[in-house]
Design a protein around this ligand. Structure first.
Ligand code: IPD
Ligand code: CA
Ligand code: CA
Length: 275
């Protein structure tokens, strides 16, 4: 089977935006109804509700119709991991802890992989009705407008985002060290509680950079692709390409990214051989 054309990626992307909005509507309709007895813990501080699972089923059904015979990497495991040429990487509700606490910031995140390459990414932030999306050969968009990463060059005036590890504390000391460094040398740090939103905000220039470790592919696949299509740079902590499945990510505009990477290189004692 040949690769799809840019127009086909675009058509799929538009449809994935609709599917994300539909799932987002379901999620926001449930917000007032979730009560503590319906919150389960999948692991240490790792929460899930029936809303995460039902939203994923809705999404998977719609994507199956859109692209029959595609495989899935979906957080709540409602679909098979078949190794198909086309694979969807889905986080039906990124920001579950926010959702449970009724903090209005959570996203639907859907990416399409063709072979080893992401070709479509959609992050839909439900509360502000903001759909961030990009397709291979095309553009990065927020609703109907093209987006670009921030033009700010001065790291000292850069605003960064991060997430705090909540179960894998193996690198906590280094992480705190990095955190202290950025506290002193940037305009500030934010912790939104949704990695997909963090990345989408880098893509549209609200943040100059984002870093986190311990994330899964469904947290970052769509957002990282949108950042790249908006002119940003995404790597793992060593400057390599293992940010999708390697559980560490640095994303930023072309000025903040190298500044951040150098800090990780010095503190984690890693030297990239990729550039
Ligand atoms: C979480 C969010 C959060 C990040 C966590 C993720 P979830 O995803 O992206 O920002 O710090 O590591 O697990 O569990 O709400 O889908
Ligand atoms: Ca997530
Ligand atoms: Ca999730």
């Amino acid at each position: 089977m040949n690769k799809m054309t840019t127009q086909e990626y675009n058509q799929i992307c538009i449809r994935v935006c609709e599917i994300s909005r539909k799932a987002g509507k379901y999620i926001s309709d449930q917000l007032a109804q979730v009560n503590p007895s319906e919150i389960e813990q999948k692991g240490h501080h790792n929460y899930v509700t029936y809303v995460d699972k039902s939203a994923e089923i809705l999404i998977v059904n719609d994507l199956r119709e859109l692209l029959p015979n595609s495989g899935f990497i979906a957080e709540e495991n409602t679909a098979g991991h078949e190794s198909q040429k086309f694979k969807w990487i889905i986080d039906p509700l990124d920001g579950t802890t926010n959702f449970i606490h009724k903090v209005p910031l959570f996203c639907v995140s859907i990416a399409l992989m063709e072979g080893d390459e992401i070709v479509v990414g959609v992050v839909y932030e439900v509360n502000l009705d903001e759909c961030f999306y990009a397709w291979k050969g095309g553009k990065a968009m927020l609703n109907k407008n093209e987006i670009f990463v921030s033009p700010i060059q001065d790291f000292d005036n850069s605003l960064l985002a991060t997430g705090f590890p909540y179960y894998d504390y193996g690198k906590l000391e280094e992480y705190v060290f990095v955190f202290k460094h950025f506290m002193k040398h940037t305009a500030g740090l934010r912790r939104l509680g949704s990695a997909a939103a963090d990345l989408a905000y880098v893509a549209c220039g609200r943040f100059e950079g984002f870093y986190e470790y311990g994330l899964n592919s469904w947290d970052v696949a769509a957002g990282a692709f949108i950042v790249q299509m908006a002119g940003g740079v995404v790597t793992d902590f060593s400057g390599g390409n293992e940010y999708l499945f390697g559980r560490e990510i640095i994303a930023g505009n072309p000025y903040a990214h190298p500044e951040m990477r150098i800090v990780f290189e010095e503190l984690f004692g890693r030297v990239s051989n990729k550039d």
